[in-house]
Design a protein around this ligand. Structure first.
Ligand SMILES: *Cc1c(COP(=O)(O)O)cnc(C)c1O
Length: 359
């Protein structure tokens, strides 16, 4: 290690959160590992869940081979489906499950070469998010064509929520009603809930849930008290300190001006590691296990924290940017971002894995 900075990934916490999702949802749960498991390392996360997970999901076909090569046998769903006939052939050859969410993908299956067969299609219905998915009135026809294509051995009916992180959102009630009406009487299993659905909309539980962010311990539902455990602990150290006199400014843009004698610690991590440059002065950060605040602008390779009220802390003190002491959601709020962005953006720092329940 060239400098004190790392993202400690607590795999026991990941398993805890998966088990909680399963318990809340009641039925089977696909662990969403897209975007390198939201920055946590897809292969290691998949391996940690291999004994417990009912299956996994990635966004794109390119994300699948590395998981299969790492020995993962479980069902693996490609959430965006095939982008071309070649991708459809690869989906079939690798035994992946694939989402079909627009007309071109239905046609692609109808016209696929003979080698494509036995597909498990997740037919996605646009129940009101109006992003991806077949219109409710097009579902029965698409379903019949997939069955008639001879390429499909199983169809699961799915949809996706736009506002499940808002308690009692009208749109979520409407989406459920639209989904149930559009799929009424059609055979096959159902899947609706993402993390927010699992946590806040028990009425959306069907045969499969597809949580992502909750597995990584960031609750997407404001105020929800579920006992999720943070998986990523972004850590560094104070490596230098200095004292500002009242009136001194600090850092790029001189955005911070000391209003009193202020002791500043320099921390060996910056926006090139994924800590958000947009985090304002006052963003919580833990030094030596106690909460203080960031001051001034975050630089590419370092950032500055206020040590004035932490007389025992200085060079060598451990710093947690987010994790058990500083919820990633709080950092996100101070940066005008969401936890998803922060976690996915982590780079350059080594991912260090721990499988110890106490980590
Ligand atoms: C990313 C994604 C999920 C997981 O969403 P979270 O909010 O992280 O739980 C579920 N379903 C689909 C279709 C997705 O694209």
């Amino acid at each position: 290690m060239t400098r004190p900075a790392r993202a400690l990934i607590d795999l026991a916490a990941l398993r805890h959160n998966y088990a909680l999702a399963r318990q809340r949802h009641g039925e089977r749960v696909l662990a969403v590992l897209k975007a390198n498991a939201y920055g946590h390392g897809a292969v290691r996360c998949a391996q940690a869940l291999a004994d417990s997970a009912d299956g996994f999901a990635v966004a794109f076909l390119d994300e699948a081979p590395v998981l299969r090569e790492a020995g993962l046998q479980a069902p693996l769903l490609v959430l965006e489906g095939a982008f071309s006939e070649r991708e459809l052939e690869a989906v079939s050859a690798r035994g992946l499950w694939t989402v079909v969410h627009h007309e071109d993908q239905v046609r692609m299956i109808e016209q696929a070469p003979a080698a494509v067969r036995g597909l498990h299609v997740w037919l996605k219905i646009d129940s009101g998010m109006h992003r991806a998915g077949l219109a409710p009135q097009a579902v029965r026809d698409a379903h019949a064509r997939l069955v008639a294509s001879d390429k499909v051995s199983r169809i699961t009916l799915m949809s996706h929520f736009a506002c499940a992180d808002e308690p009692d959102a009208r749109l979520t009630h409407e989406q459920l009603a639209v989904f149930d009406a559009a799929t009424k009487g059609l055979p096959g299993e159902r899947s609706i809930s993402n993390s927010a659905g699992v946590l806040a909309w028990p009425g959306a539980n069907r045969n499969w849930a597809r949580p992502g962010i909750l597995l990584y311990g960031a609750n997407p539902v404001p105020g929800n008290q579920e006992a999720l455990r943070p998986v990523m602990h972004l850590q560094s150290e104070v490596f230098a300190e200095r004292v500002l006199e009242a009136g001194d400014t600090l850092g790029y843009g001189a955005t911070f001006t000391a209003d009193r004698r202020t002791r500043i610690g320099l921390v060996a991590i910056g926006y090139a590691d994924g800590y958000p440059r947009r985090a304002q002065t006052g963003t919580p950060v833990a030094v030596g296990g106690r909460i203080t605040r960031t001051v001034g602008r975050v630089s590419m390779d370092m950032m500055t924290v206020d040590l004035s009220d932490l007389p025992g802390e200085g060079v060598g003190s451990p710093v947690e940017l987010w994790g058990a002491q500083v919820p990633v959601n709080e950092v996100a709020t101070h940066a005008g971002m969401i936890s998803y962005e922060l976690l996915c953006n982590v780079k350059r720092v080594p991912l260090v894995y721990s499988d110890d329940a106490a980590a």
